[in-house]
Write a protein that binds this ligand. Sequence first.
Ligand code: B12
Ligand code: SF4
Length: 481
Amino acid sequence: MRLYLVNPSNPLVSIIKVKESRWNRYRVWKPLSLMTLAGLTPPEWEVSIVDENLGVPDYEAMARPDLVGITAFTSQANRAYEIARRFRGLGVPVIMGGIHATMCLDEVMEQADSVVTGEAEGVWVQVLQDARQGSLKRRYDGGFADLKDIPVARHDLLPPAYAFGAVQTTRGCPLNCSFCSVTAFNGAHYRQRPIPQVVREFQSIPEKHVLIVDDNLIGTSARHIARAKDLFRALIEADLGKRWVAQATINFADDEELLTLAAKAGCAGVFIGFESPSPEGLRELGKKFNMLKGRDFRASVRRIQRHNILVVGSFIIGLDVDGPGIGKRISEAASHYGVDNLNVLFLTPLPGTRLWDEMKSADRLALDNFPEDWRYYTLTFPVARYRQLSQDDIIQEAQSCSRSFYSTPRILARLGSSIWRWRQPLISFVGNFSYRSNIDVDRKSYVDFRRQYPKGVEAWGERDVSSSGHDLFVVPPSGGQ
Ligand code: B12
Ligand code: SF4
């Protein structure tokens, strides 16, 4: 029995554009969902993973499969449906799963023979058995898996074309930010995978650099952090020789022992969601966690960097509190905090989030011709009606933010500092130039986007003249807000 597992590509995602920007070659990530499904698949199936991000294959020339499984983030849904149509047209049954299938079940049911919602560990073997017997059900629900059941992913099934391998050590996030799908999808209960299994999987990853895909590597409570320390101790003990990057909340900076262990265990960089330069913005996004304990972001970033760990800061643009000039303010805040790279994304209502519910009920989805418009839900297009900014304004703000943060003098200053302190200079170099080159890639995409939607969209509400003060980097909060 032949099974194809497909990761669809969305050509509008800038980091997959390796021809337009050669720097993006160093940011190609392995699709862990499909490698995990392959790891769950019994040996009687001959499995191939097709990752369209490496290039769309000639499907005609490939042997006919008995079953096709397709994964999709929301931004990949349109392409996923094209692939599904192709195989279903040949009479091959198609199963879809992943976050989009879970959040938009009715839509996906129309496009696939069968849909798996939630996490697949508990149901995949049954799905395959039913497929063999020709009795696939229309829907399976995996719910939340017991993390003991995550198999070692099939890292061997993909070619050595990736900059980063991938592994997962926890699922779920104890926080619940309004724009984020994670809590709706993986739950607020923070589940941790048994450490020996994580180490075993790490050992099977061929890439030297690895992305730990956890949404929140260290969690928030003392118990979560104790577990993260145990994980790092086990990785040190295993002496894997890997360098890894991960996502964490800003409390990563609060514990010196944690930072020392993380660095020794191979941590090269951490991606942190600062989200907004103002307390009003953090409140709007439900991320008050960032303001606890009277936090000084600049000092927190420094503490992390002292362990030779790079900090990538992520911000969201287009909040209701964001007026004209927000792009520059984010760039100034990120420079003031001293982050090594800045990633700025548009506020995007993703299905299943609180933000989606709020914006949909207020008729604030500017691009709502679904499924066609999903391809713009990449967090790099203005898909909503922003309160104080028109579509053109927000594009300009985002571009001016990136241009200011990635200006030549600022890049040189950051590179100088990372060489001087020997803080991952190579990764810092690639990161800065990759983000900078994508400013142009994005600019071209916006021209096409505006051609597609020539009317543009005006701001949804009034401009708020009082909302421009109180930047966290100007007035540190007094804490506990
Ligand atoms: C790693 C990651 C990435 C990597 C992707 C690497 C890759 N090639 O896959 C990178 C950095 C490239 C990335 C990019 C983006 N990402 Co991202 N990413 C993640 C992250 C943190 C982990 C995903 C992961 O690997 N999980 C581990 C695997 C094992 O779990 P899984 O994917 O859920 O798969 C399980 C089930 O879903 C199911 N399943 C999945 N697929 C299938 C298919 C079938 C057939 C079946 C049966 C089951 C099944 O079985 C698996 C095992 O249980 C998630 C957060 C999250 N918790 O999901 C965000 C997340 C998926 N990303 C998100 C977003 C928005 C993006 C971007 C659009 C924007 C951005 N800048 O981040 C881009 C778009 C990329 C694109 N191509 O369109 C959102 C998606 C929300 C949505 N509704 O689509 C998430 C949920 C984060 C969030 N805060 O909301 N991302
Ligand atoms: S944005 Fe980060 S901290 Fe907030 S709910 Fe999502 S994963 Fe958790």
